[in-house]
Design a protein around this ligand. Sequence first.
Ligand SMILES: [Zn+2]
Length: 133
Amino acid sequence: MTRQSADLNAPCGTCGGPGTGGFTQIAENGLLRWELGEGCDRCLVQGCDRGRGAGPADLRAELLAQHGAYRLSVPEGTRGVAKVLRDVLGLSLSEAQEAARALRGPGYEGTCVELTLVAELLDVAGPVSTRDR
Ligand SMILES: [Zn+2]
């Protein structure tokens, strides 16, 4: 299982106090899913949500901001790239074809969890952090 979390510090939607929470992407059993937990210590409001796929765009962006983007490349001739991208990331056909071209060329960027799962399913070497260069 691969997982990565971003701390969320948005103000509480109920009382305006300092909110606490986290957004987590999880790759498990070949599937990508996400969990969101939010809470407020002042009014004790709690919320949580979860779903399949990469998660809401704004929360995914927070994950990328806190941990940095990762980049994955696959060797020429790797099969089933577009299908795996569609299955894991929920891309449209044209988006998946574009992403597959990037994977075979300069590399495709995403979160560590997303690309680790894609690499596992394609049986290729895992992604590298774009911050480590
Ligand atoms: Zn509150």
